[in-house]
Structure formats: structure tokens, C-alpha cells
Design a protein around this ligand. Structure first.
Ligand code: ZN
Length: 360
């Protein structure tokens, strides 16, 4: 009798270890999302979803640490810099810019590799260059988390090389952080159900990515180019608005539920349809006039306004190149382009890596 129990016990153990091996072998290939990492004092807790089951891991933060979750590694680098007040950068370096990635991570990575912004392993290869992403990483596509962690890492690699990644906020970052989840890919609906948390709370202030996003700017001036997701309304070309002021009022009023008081008139203006993440006036017949564009260029002391948000098939110019529209519809998952300014010349970098002169 006792022997039978022992044999049954051994068989059960074998079966159990086989099942464990089998699930290890699956490596979450049916469904993987995360990690969402939360910080409390010196401790961090990572949550991720593997084939619909929630897993977690506690660890102590160490600079340049790497954590492995179900055989996927996330490099945590150093603690991200707090909100930078610098909105202008000048220098003799190359510049690249993309917009509206919308969760199309694979396409985005191919675009960067084929245009040598990163190497074959996806590591920074742009030297002292500045790489601007004019917002809308979130929503629509199914690889938002991958894109965010990748940019988080790339930013730190660029810094080491003397270059710079500027991730600007788009309307979809602002929407998600404020709990407007209308455009979520179904994957993130499933993920947040499994985690039993609302999607926006996965990017709360005490999460690594949420904290990082809250320190991102809404605009950046790089040499004679001014970047924002939507654009700059001509009203902003008055003496009352400086780039620093637009950026600080916008970012200080980013998440409504975290404010001590209602957004004031200026903050409201910047967060609604004529503000920098929503404005579409460079692409409308009744929008900005040539004269107003010239005023904007003069006021901000720039030669080009570079924006995403209003989708085109390819990178296009308006007003003789004074406006450059860089959202080349990566969101559709088939094609994308990258704007390059190499040794003073503008190019459209195509998905296959061709450099085509931009007509300016
Ligand atoms: Zn947008």
C-alpha cells in the first residue's frame, strides 16, 4: 500500500515538473505585457502578464540594473532625470525625428535600424545626434509598453554617447495619463483586466514609466527647428509666451486629478484644441496664414516648425518648408518615415533606409 503511494507521488512530481518545464518553454508567447514597475522607497515591484496570469517580482533598485522577467530582460539604467527646464539645444550635430508611433514597435525599430539611428542590436548609433519623437507613442497599436521601455533605454544610451533623445508629449500621452482610454488596443484592455487595475493607474506617479512620462516636455527647440506634436497656434507669437512658459504651464498641469486646483485659463488654453498637442491649423484652409507662420518663426527665432499629429502618407512640407509634417502614418502598421537633418540638409529617411532629399 505504502509503495503504491510512493509511486503515485513520484509520478505526480514528474508530471508537475514536466508541466512547469512546458510552461517555461512557452515563454509567455501567447500573451506578454509589462513590466509595470512601481517604486516605494528603495523597493521596486514589477508586475507583468504572462499568458493571462499576473506575475510579480520585488527587487532593490540599483543603477544600471537589469531584471529578467520570463526570459525577457528590461534594462533599468539610471533613475531618469527629473523634469528638465531646458527647452532649447544648439550645436553642430545631426538631427532625426519621428512622430506618432502608436504602438507599432516593430515598424519603428526597423525604421531606426535601416536609417542607422540604432545598430543591428537596436543600440544607439547616432553619436552626438539629437533624436526627437514628437509624441503619440500610446494607443491604437499593440506594442506600446515595448516602445516606452525601448525609448527609456535609448535615452540613456544616447546620453552616454553625448547625444540626446527628446520624447515629447502628444495628445495620446495626455489622454491616457488622464484616464481617457478610448483608443486603447484590446491587448491593454485585457492586460489591465488581468492586473485588476485601470490602464492609467499602471502609469501612476509612483510607477517608473509614469514618473518618466511626467518629466517629458511638450516642445523642444533644436537649432533652428521647433518641435511639438500638434503645433503652435499663431496666438502664441506674442510677448506673453516663451517656450519655457508654454512648456512649464503645460507640464505642470498635465494630470488633472493630481492638481491642487483647477487648470487656470492659460493651462486650459494649452490643453485644448489650439494647444500644442491638439492644434491642426497648418493643414486647414482656414488655419494659419503665411503671414502668421512668418510671425511664429520670427518670434521663436526659428526656420522650421516640425509637427506630427496630422497624418500624411509621407513626410511633407507646407509653406515652402517652414512647416514640416512628420507623421507618415506609422499607425497603420505598414510604413513610416524619419526626418533627417544630416550635415545641414533635410532628408526623408524611408522605411527601407533610402535618404531622399526633402523639397525645401
Ligand atoms: Zn496626435
Amino acid at each position: 500500500m505504502q509503495k503504491t503511494f510512493i509511486i503515485i507521488g513520484i509520478i505526480s512530481l514528474l508530471a508537475l515538473s514536466f508541466l512547469t518545464l512546458a510552461s517555461d518553454y512557452e515563454r509567455c508567447n501567447n500573451f506578454f505585457d509589462g513590466p509595470y514597475i512601481f517604486e516605494k522607497n528603495d523597493e521596486r515591484v514589477a508586475y507583468w502578464v504572462c499568458n493571462k496570469s499576473v506575475k510579480s517580482k520585488k527587487y532593490k533598485y540599483q543603477p544600471n540594473s537589469l531584471i529578467t522577467l520570463d526570459q525577457r530582460s528590461v534594462w533599468l539604467g539610471n533613475k531618469p532625470a527629473k523634469k528638465s527646464l531646458q527647452t532649447s539645444f544648439k550645436g553642430d550635430f545631426n538631427v532625426a525625428a519621428v512622430s506618432d508611433i502608436h504602438g507599432q514597435f516593430d515598424l519603428f525599430l526597423s525604421l531606426l535600424k535601416n536609417n542607422q539611428i540604432v545598430d543591428e542590436n537596436g543600440h544607439w548609433n547616432f553619436g552626438t545626434g539629437h533624436f526627437v519623437i514628437t509624441g503619440d507613442v500610446f494607443d491604437r497599436g499593440a506594442k506600446v509598453t515595448e516602445t516606452l521601455w525601448y525609448l527609456y533605454q535609448l535615452e540613456q544610451q544616447a546620453k552616454v554617447a553625448g547625444g540626446k533623445v527628446h520624447l515629447l508629449l502628444g495628445n495620446h500621452e495626455v489622454m491616457v495619463l488622464n484616464g481617457d482610454l478610448r483608443y486603447l488596443n484590446e491587448k491593454y484592455v485585457a492586460s489591465s483586466l488581468s492586473l485588476n487595475k485601470s490602464y492609467d493607474s499602471l502609469f501612476s506617479k509612483n510607477s517608473i514609466l509614469g514618473d518618466w512620462l511626467r518629466s517629458r516636455p511638450v516642445l523642444v527647440k533644436v537649432n533652428d527647428m521647433l518641435f511639438a506634436h500638434g503645433g503652435f497656434h499663431p496666438d502664441l507669437a506674442t510677448n506673453n509666451w516663451s517656450l519655457n512658459k508654454i512648456n512649464s504651464i503645460f507640464t505642470d498641469n498635465l494630470v488633472k486629478s493630481e492638481l491642487n486646483q483647477e487648470r487656470n485659463e492659460q493651462a486650459n488654453y494649452l490643453h485644448t484644441s489650439n494647444g500644442p498637442v491638439w492644434y491642426r491649423g497648418y493643414f486647414k484652409d482656414d488655419g494659419a496664414t503665411e503671414k502668421q507662420i512668418n510671425q511664429l518663426l520670427k518670434y521663436f527665432n526659428i526656420a522650421h516648425l516640425i509637427v506630427g499629429h496630422t497624418s500624411q502618407d509621407i513626410i511633407q512640407t507646407r509653406f515652402d518648408g517652414k512647416v514640416i509634417a512628420i507623421d507618415a502614418s506609422m499607425k497603420n502598421g505598414h510604413y513610416g518615415e524619419i526626418l533627417l537633418k544630416i550635415s545641414g540638409e533635410f532628408y526623408r529617411g524611408t522605411l527601407s533606409g533610402k535618404k531622399l532629399m526633402l523639397d525645401i
